[in-house]
Ligand binder design. Structure first.
Ligand code: BGC
Length: 258
């Protein structure tokens, strides 16, 4: 299908690996996404095999188009450098080379929160905002994307700020609310401490909150007292897939310009 095919976005998460062709004009999925359970253990080879199944599934609509893949880790030029919420064997893996081996396709690999940030920047809550936007995703861990004047500063990892002697995501990720059975007001206290620290250190112009829990944002965002506005992400579950496809296309344009 070559040039007319849609780019493909794939989001590797702790419980599921989700992918769909993306309509970059609309900033939406071009068709229903395919979700396959994350293999256990989620080693690089096992995960790359699932990514290959997703690539195959959509091959007739996306053949020849760029592919973007997110991982919940620091990624520098395709190599995964951290493994807070994924199998430790990912650390040091050249994920772009590995996925190419399995799929035969060129892929762009990036951090999951950075992908969500790119999607919110182009189609969502960060669109057109000048100055510093910090997107945080509250989920198993806390992911962050730093966007300044419309440009992403990748791999910010502010979910691992040390606050009161704790790794921030161990106190304030939404998985902690579930695990410790925190009420909304107890959880709001944790978030207040976290976002106070973010505000003190970075003075952002806007904070955007994504992750599954953002669908209940009215239960906690209005309760937070901050200087800057804090708003829910607009793209929810789709953000990683859309942002990954967006970056993959940008990158392929850059390559073709030589
Ligand atoms: C990881 C980040 C990731 C975030 C959300 C953190 O534990 O260090 O790289 O973006 O979880 O998945």
């Amino acid at each position: 299908m070559g040039k007319k095919g849609k780019p493909l976005g794939i989001d590797i998460g702790g419980s599921g690996i989700k992918g769909a062709p993306v309509d970059l004009e609309a900033g939406d999925l071009a068709e229903a996404r395919l979700k396959i359970l994350t293999p256990k253990p989620a080693t690089p080879d096992a995960v790359a095999e699932v990514v290959d199944q997703i690539v195959d599934h959509f091959a007739d609509r996306t053949g020849g188009s760029p592919i973007g893949v997110t991982v919940p880790a620091v990624v520098i030029r395709g190599t995964v450098l951290s493994a807070a919420n994924i199998d430790p064997s990912w650390r040091g893996t050249d994920a772009e080379a590995l996925i190419k081996e399995h799929t035969g396709r060129d892929v762009t690999v990036l951090n999951d929160a950075d992908a969500a940030g790119i999607a919110e920047l182009h189609y969502g809550a960060a669109k057109g905002v000048q100055g510093l936007v910090i997107l945080t995703t509250l989920g198993t861990g806390i992911g962050t994307a730093l966007i300044h004047d419309g440009r992403l500063v990748p791999n910010s990892e502010l979910g691992h700020l040390e606050i009161d002697g704790y790794d921030a995501e161990d106190r304030a990720a939404s998985s902690v609310k579930e695990r410790e059975g925190l009420s909304w007001s107890e959880y709001v206290e944790r978030l207040q401490v976290y976002y106070d620290t973010i505000e003190k250190l970075f003075s952002p112009d806007l904070i955007v909150v994504g992750g599954g829990i953002s669908k209940d944002s009215e239960k906690f965002l209005p309760q937070l007292t901050l200087r800057c506005p804090i708003v829910p992400a607009l793209l929810r579950n789709q953000a990683g897939i859309i942002g990954a496809a967006h970056l993959a296309v940008e990158r392929s344009k850059g390559k073709s310009k030589g």
